[in-house]
Design a protein around this ligand. Structure first.
Ligand code: G6P
Length: 614
């Protein structure tokens, strides 16, 4: 969702802000903007409903200077347009903001009654008015730290809701101010006689690895030579800078046309990384250092409930099946967004698992908090190290998949399924999984990277199939039991990036309704593992064929050509692990359909990578 970047230093900040914003594009946005203090001391603003590249190529003449702030906006209050784009400026104060101010309407009415004039429909503009008023258009430079606290406190005390905030004014021309309330991250980057602020380290890694994460309720004054942080009631706080461990290569497309394709191709490596150091052949189990659950506690778990949103939820469904199969503990997955609102019954002997790539998803985080409030035990399956969800959970499993830039998840879906395989193996070996079965699963896990590489070798053929499918406006994805979450994820992927209509159904449900739509114009993608349900799945294919529906099978073995028009054969692993492999061709299918249709694959319309609002 929205992204913030700011720079204070002697060099022109505009290229730094544009580069930083480009790195935040992956989060999803619909407009972008910059505010800089010009060399003559005035505040200049340039914002538009456009991509960051467009913003950069249409800069007004001599648009340079510093300090400066930049923003990518994902609309919540007010449609995406040039005026609602951030920064919002009131007098000498310019503000960019991530998050939602829940009482913005009330504050706006009050400010209007006091004579304020609003330019935009956004909740964020309220902040610019409040800061401008609280600061009295800013005191002298030396009082900036106090001024900052006063301004940010005024905002934080008046506004409810959450957000990361970055503001600047031209009163001193020397500093920017940042504040954090709620979950949206705010990171200060420490350079050589220059400082950066961003909502995501992706915007900083090119310039510095030394960072400070602001805590909830903290404000910072940032100058070229350092920073000062304090609480809302002006108590100075201290921070030891930490080093970001980021591979710069993860933030570049590295010769690939799209991050989505690059990330699909990274999967043999991400699977290896998820497994590294975690397989314990000696006891035929998995060693998960961060779980913080001892064997006695693990033995006492009677149920597992998995929570996540979007692809994380579907990966959670795969996880639930793995846990039921390998550990024989009843397990199910539920969208975190629903769970948190239904006053869930929280049980002491249930292990709750929050799944999130970003570790920022608001609904998932809120579910974790609701669980903790009720005394539930929650662990995380998370990619982003140190993220809000990772911090809230009592322990968990990191994916170690590296940054995922394409909005739609691919390598982290696979890595999440692998992490669940490890968790299921670990719990299984404490419950009733035999050493022999443990060894079988370990051998299967070790075979995965090579098998993923094998599937990626089929890309050319899958590309042709995708081009063909892209000609149909609508299609079904079907699967059963182990294949069902894979069908759901396959349909989700296709929808997200190709904008074609795709619905997933359990193959067994087709005849209970959806079959009414099957015919020559509606193809079906069938996930068909070689498992105990194969014959039943084949009967479903027969039902589709009898209605002259076109079928693409993704599965094992070969099939009677009368049953399927096309087939992508996937190498077989252990039945419990097969779903992981079956999802890879569906990722390629979605990707190539989207490319065929000329879509912005990495940044699909209306979607955001990290959904940090409700
Ligand atoms: C958004 C993204 C999805 C993602 C979901 C959960 O909706 O568009 O691709 O699956 O959030 O994200 P998380 O970071 O919690 O895995």
């Amino acid at each position: 969702m929205c992204g913030i970047v700011a720079h204070v230093g002697s060099r022109d900040c505009v290229p730094i802000l544009l580069e930083g914003l480009a790195q935040l594009e992956y989060r999803g946005y619909d407009s972008a903007g910059l505010a800089v203090v010009s060399r003559s001391g005035g505040l200049r603003v340039h914002k538009a409903k456009s991509r960051v590249a467009g913003l950069g190529s249409n800069l007004p003449a001599r648009f340079k200077g510093g300090p400066g702030i930049g923003h990518t906006r994902w609309a919540t209050h007010g449609e995406p347009n040039d005026i609602n784009a951030h920064p919002h400026v009131v007098g000498p104060v310019a503000v960019v903001h991530n998050g939602i101010i829940e009482n913005a309407d009330e504050l706006r009415a009050k400010l209007i009654a006091e004579g304020a004039e609003f330019a935009s429909e956004t909740d964020s503009e309220v902040l610019a008015h409040l800061i401008a008023r609280a600061s009295g258009y800013l005191p002298a430079p030396d009082a900036a730290a106090d001024g900052t606290t006063r301004q940010a406190s005024a905002v934080a005390n008046d506004g409810t809701g959450q957000g990361g905030l970055e503001g600047q004014d031209d009163g001193t021309g020397q500093a920017t101010r940042a504040g954090k309330r709620g979950d949206d991250p705010v990171v200060l980057g420490i350079g050589d006689k220059e400082m950066f602020v961003a909502s995501d380290v992706a915007a900083l890694v090119r310039y510095t690895r030394q960072v400070v994460h602001l805590d909830d309720g903290e404000v910072a004054t940032v100058r070229a030579d350092g920073f000062h942080t304090s609480t809302l009631d002006a108590r100075t706080t201290t921070h030891e800078p930490s080093l970001i461990d980021a591979d710069l290569g993860s933030y570049t497309a590295d010769g690939y046309t799209h991050f989505m394709r690059k990330e699909i191709h990274e999967q043999p490596r991400t699977v290896e990384r998820a497994l590294r150091g975690r397989l314990e052949e000696r006891f035929n189990t998995a060693h998960l250092g961060g779980l913080n659950i001892d064997a006695r506690e693990a033995r006492a778990i009677r149920r597992v409930k998995i929570l996540g949103c979007g692809s994380a939820y579907y990966a959670g469904q795969v996880g639930a099946q793995l846990i039921e199969e390998l550990a024989r503990i009843p397990a199910n997955a539920e969208p975190a967004s629903e769970f948190r609102y239904r006053n869930p019954v929280v049980e002491a002997d249930t292990l709750y698992v929050a799944v999130s790539q970003s570790g920022e998803t608001h609904d998932t985080l809120a579910a974790v908090r609701e669980l903790k409030r009720k005394g539930g035990r929650v662990i995380g399956v998370v990619n982003a190290v140190g993220s809000a969800i990772a911090r809230e959970c009592e322990g968990g499993v990191y994916l170690h998949a590296g940054p995922e830039i394409s909005v739609t998840s691919t390598k982290t879906f696979t890595a999440t399924c692998v992490a669940f395989s490890l968790l299921a193996l670990h719990l299984g070996r404490i419950h009733d999984l035999s050493p022999a079965d443990g060894a079988r699963v370990i051998a299967g896990l070790r075979a995965l990277p090579g098998q993923v590489t094998q599937i990626l070798g089929e890309e050319e053929r899958i590309t042709e199939l995708a081009r063909d499918l892209a000609g149909y406006p609508s299609m079904f994805f079907v699967g059963r039991v182990r294949g069902w979450p894979i069908a759901r994820e396959g349909a989700q992927k296709l929808k997200e990036v190709s904008y074609l209509h795709a619905e997933a159904y359990p193959a067994s449900e087709l005849k209970h309704g959806p079959l009414a739509l099957v015919g020559p114009d509606l193809p079906t993608v069938a996930v068909l593992p070689d498992d105990e349900l194969r014959d039943k799945n084949i009967s479903t294919l027969g039902e589709i064929k009898a209605r002259r529906g076109r079928i693409l099978v993704v599965g094992h073995g070969t099939l009677d050509p009368r049953l399927a028009d096309d087939m992508v054969e996937v190498p077989k692993n252990e039945p419990e692990l097969d779903p992981i492999l079956l999802s890879v061709p569906l990722q390629l299918l979605a990707y190539h359909a989207a490319v065929r249709l000329g879509n912005d694959v990495d940044k699909p319309r209306n979607l955001a990578k990290s959904v940090t609002v409700e």
